[in-house]
Every structure is written in structure tokens, then in C-alpha cells.
Design a protein around this ligand. Sequence first.
Ligand SMILES: Nc1ncnc2c1ncn2[C@@H]1O[C@H](COP(=O)(O)OP(=O)(O)O)[C@@H](O)[C@H]1O
Ligand SMILES: [Mg+2]
Length: 240
Amino acid sequence: MPEKPIIRLIDVEKVYRTEDEVILIFNGLSLDIYPNDFLVITGSTGSGKTTLMNIIAGLDRPSSGMVLVNGVDITKLSEDKLSRLRAKLMGISLQSQSLLPNLTVYENVELPLIARGVPPRKRAEMVEQVLDVIGLLGKGYRRIERLSFGERQCVSIARALVTDPPILVLDEPTQHLDPMTTEFIISLLRGLHMRKGKTLIVTTRTRKLADVATKVLQLRKRSFRYPASEDRAASPRLSE
Ligand SMILES: Nc1ncnc2c1ncn2[C@@H]1O[C@H](COP(=O)(O)OP(=O)(O)O)[C@@H](O)[C@H]1O
Ligand SMILES: [Mg+2]
């Protein structure tokens, strides 16, 4: 039997409205993501990658359209149900979702486990394991504000991985990394996909990650602005 999509976007549109203008980021966007997908979303700065990741993770709602996660339309869920669903299924590392600068690496990575009610001893085991995998074991005691951007990025990835979720949503995870660390993270993500069967949804502006993807979605910068006073029906419909 063919597998069912784990995430479906159906005719998704996102517009930002300010007092005097409406900015259309994308519309007519439909996408099926299957459990064995390693989906890479590329596109230049401003093409809507972060916006799309926020919508997929249910941290932002589309202006119209449906986002089904495991068959549930998350655009209609209460914040409460949404955060429970997210905690169960997704590990998220987003550009906008920053680490807590005053806490240590260890404490930041531990947060999703506390939120899930994992007991302290088990938490310690899980945090240490993920820090080891990502090469940060010796830096657990360091405060985030004392780390480089690259190190912070690795902590953010570790925080996404620590709960061992089936879906990973990573927004430009190699943005601040040097070439060697980038290679390391790419092979780590590949391993998570191939050996652990994770669904990966990753944005990037570099080819390297797109080369290992099973699917690539290219977003084009096409944000279209029009005065807020103008009739929406008169605006052209953009499509891929
Ligand atoms: N809250 C907002 N209000 C208005 N415009 C926004 C808002 N957030 C993002 N945008 C615009 O949406 C476009 C896409 O942004 P983003 O999703 O961050 O792109 P990317 O991650 O590909 O660089 C940009 O032109 C950005 O300025
Ligand atoms: Mg972005």
C-alpha cells in the first residue's frame, strides 16, 4: 500500500497586511511530504523559506489553505492542541526561535524534555547523548551568550533532535557553519533520514544540502505588493 503523506499543504497562501499595503509571499502552494522524504526547500533571501517553515511547524498560520499534519488540519487547532501535536511529532530549529542566552547549552537542550515531562535522570541521558552526537559534549556547561553563531546553530539543532521526533523542521541549519561543520551536519542529517527513518524538512541557500535531498522545492522571490485599499480580486494569481 502506498504511504500516506505525513504533511500536506493544500492551496496555501500567505499575505502580510500592513496599514497601507498587502504583501503576497506565496499562494496556490500545494505540497505532499511523505514519511521517507528528505525535503530541501531552497530559494534566495526573502523568498519565503522561513515563512513556509513557520507554517509547516504551526507557529504561524497561512492566510488561507490547509496544512494537514497526520491528517489533522493544524490551521484549525487551538494553540494548546497544536503545541502538543508539535511536541509529539516535530523537532524544530528556526531562525526566529532563539536559544535562551542566559542558560547553558545543557539547559537549552533540556527544555523540550522538561516540557514533555521526561524525568531528570532520563533527561540527563538524552541530553548527553545528543550533545555527544553533535560534538558539543564538552561544552554543555557553557552559556549560550559565550558561544559563536556556529556553535549556537549546533545547539539549536541538538535541541531539535533531543526528543527523537519523527519529523525534523530545520530552517537554514548550516547558515553559520564553516565548510567542515557543514559537511558534518549534512552527513548527520543524512544518517537520520536513511538509518533512523526521520522525515526531514530543511531550508538552505546552498547546493550541498539540496544534493542529498530526495525532493527539492525551489521558492522564487515573488512577493507582490499592492495598496491595502485595492480590491483583492483584482490582484493577479501567482503560481509555480
Ligand atoms: N511579519 C512580516 N510582515 C511583513 N512582511 C514580512 C513579515 N515577515 C516576513 N515578511 C516578508 O516576507 C518575505 C519572506 O520572508 P522569509 O520567509 O523570512 O524569507 P526567507 O526565509 O526565504 O529569507 C520577505 O520579503 C519578508 O520581508
Ligand atoms: Mg529565512
